[in-house]
Design a protein around this ligand. Structure first.
Ligand SMILES: Nc1ncnc2c1ncn2[C@@H]1O[C@H](COP(=O)(O)OP(=O)(O)OP(=O)(O)O)[C@@H](O)[C@H]1O
Length: 294
């Protein structure tokens, strides 16, 4: 019996190989899992999602060609691969730039390595500015005055600032209402807010080419989403048609929000420390509003 067991173990267990697991291996697995998760998130939120689908279709086609030994197709695919890789980098240059910018953002770095303690406590804009933006947005919504307000964060929006008329004035509800008043020279396009000041008006923002955006939304909302796709800015859009106030951040538009929600969102980017503590509340609120908007 003992011999039989030993023979069985010899036969079946020698094929198993159990590598020794070091602490660095576990760390490596965690890092790779985190990076993969971030890449998948990035792919899902950008045009790269379409690219991935295209690559999958192409992969299946090439696999079919390999199985059926279609040598000419395989030769063409092999020679076109470097060209396609270069083309993908050129086509997705804005998305790649955005991903690298995100990596370099202070906010991202400080969330991983909290070396900039002083920076975390810095307040980006004052409570008066928050009040001004919230009050003006909903006052304009009530009378159906269209508006587009870009609140700059870590990424400087100089290239969009120069498309408009330079301003330098403190944010207040009165000024905002005046700027977006119909038939006034500054009402068209977007304004950019940096800190507590409006730095430019009538700015032209990049339009999003996301196919999933609701057809009932026009260029104002498309510009709000587009701006939030290429930068970390928070963009507030007030609809001239419905009076709804919407907010775009990271390529996502939350429509028909309440003053409390807008205040919360502004306060979350106003102070880095508040951002961490309010994350949970905001996320819950956003999900609720997204449901409401649908
Ligand atoms: N790329 C852009 N950059 C900045 N502002 C823009 C841009 N495109 C449109 N706008 C602004 O949006 C206005 C047109 O809005 P439009 O009616 O097409 O959009 P909408 O999303 O349906 O908004 P609304 O609900 O207010 O009608 C323009 O007059 C202009 O002020």
């Amino acid at each position: 019996m003992k011999q039989f067991i030993m023979k069985y173990l010899n036969e079946y267990m020698t094929g198993f190989y159990l590598p020794t697991l070091r602490l660095t291996d576990i760390l490596e697995i965690i890092i790779i899992a985190f990076l993969l998760y971030q890449i998948i998130l990035w792919i899902k939120n950008t045009k790269a999602w379409m690219l991935l689908k295209g690559i999958l279709v192409l992969g299946v086609f090439i696999l079919g060609a390999a199985i059926f030994r279609m040598y000419t197709i395989l030769w063409i695919a092999q020679n076109l691969l470097p060209v396609m890789a270069t083309a993908a980098v050129i086509i997705f240059q804005p998305e790649l730039r955005r991903a690298l910018e995100k990596l370099g953002e202070k906010q991202f770095l400080t969330s991983v390595v909290p070396f900039d303690k002083k920076g975390r406590d810095n307040v980006r804009f004052s409570e008066t500015t928050v009040d001004g933006i919230v009050e003006a947005s909903f006052a304009m919504g009530a009378v159906k005055t269209g508006a587009l307000i870009v609140v700059e964060q870590a990424i400087m929006l100089s290239e969009y600032e120069v498309t408009g008329i330079r301003l330098d004035c403190i944010v207040s509800p009165q000024v905002l209402l005046n700027i977006f008043e119909h038939n006034t020279p500054l009402h068209d396009g977007a304004i950019i807010i940096r800190g507590d000041r409006i730095v430019s008006a009538t700015c032209y923002l990049p339009l999003s080419d996301n196919m999933g955006i609701s057809k009932e939304l026009g260029t104002r909302h498309r510009a709000a989403i587009g701006m939030s796709e290429v930068s970390d800015a928070m963009v507030i859009a007030v609809s001239e048609e419905t009076g709804y106030v919407s907010v775009a951040l990271g390529g996502q538009l939350v429509r028909n929000i309440t003053p409390e929600y807008l205040r919360e969102r502004l306060e979350s980017i106003q102070n880095r420390r508040a951002e961490t503590s309010k994350w949970k509340t905001l996320w819950k609120g956003r999900q609720k509003h997204e449901k409401g908007a649908d």
